[in-house]
Design a binder for this molecule. Sequence first.
Ligand SMILES: [Zn+2]
Ligand SMILES: [Zn+2]
Length: 259
Amino acid sequence: MLPDQHMHTARCQHAHGQPREYAEHAVACGLDRITFTDHGPLGGFDPGNRMALAELPAYVDDVLEVADSFKDKLTVGLGIEIDWIPELADFNRRITEAADWDLVLGSVHFVGPADMREFIIRCDPSREPHILEAYWKHWVEAAESGLFQVMSHPDIYRRATRAPLPGEHELACRALDRARETGVAIECNTSLVRKGGGSFYPQDWLLEEVLKRDFLLSSAADAHRPHQVGADFDLLEGLQTSDERARFSWFRQRQALPA
Ligand SMILES: [Zn+2]
Ligand SMILES: [Zn+2]
């Protein structure tokens, strides 16, 4: 099976379960590789949805301990998901240097100027078109920052709406053209399926634009509960077998290996 390279634990305060429970579920559903990527600290911003900076060493220890105790049946990677916020680039760079991460995921959950930051999954870009432009601007900055190996859920705003969004195609394609130059990989994230989105992120036409540009891909369920590990991976495996452009990668020590 493809590896699941995006999952959270109770440490971020909005997911449930301990690392060991996620690993147990992974083994039960036949996975042989997973990577923990809990939400990293963000310089004191959004403290209720992530670990505090002081907890980072304990998070690393938890993951390494599970990696060791499951090593005969499961390879466990150490990763982290970091929110791109331009003013926090230096803080985030230090987080990327704070441990021997296998994978650093780049996400854009927040858009807008510093004093009126908006949480993208609470925004509906079909009603607030400025959100879409701000989102893709942040997204390409994140891709070009060099901090991340993978850009997570590239069209996360699709959680709020499936309506056509004027300008989306052009904004996304321009961002992909720039990101392609950086070598960053794109995540195929099945959490949208669980949220009733009808497909995984990226949505179909965006996936086609990604494949056309020959990006590497990463497979992810973005589990926030142990039973969600590997959820809906039949869709990703179907893509892998039906489209030879779909090159999924497994990240070790921030290097992409064929999955
Ligand atoms: Zn989360
Ligand atoms: Zn996540």
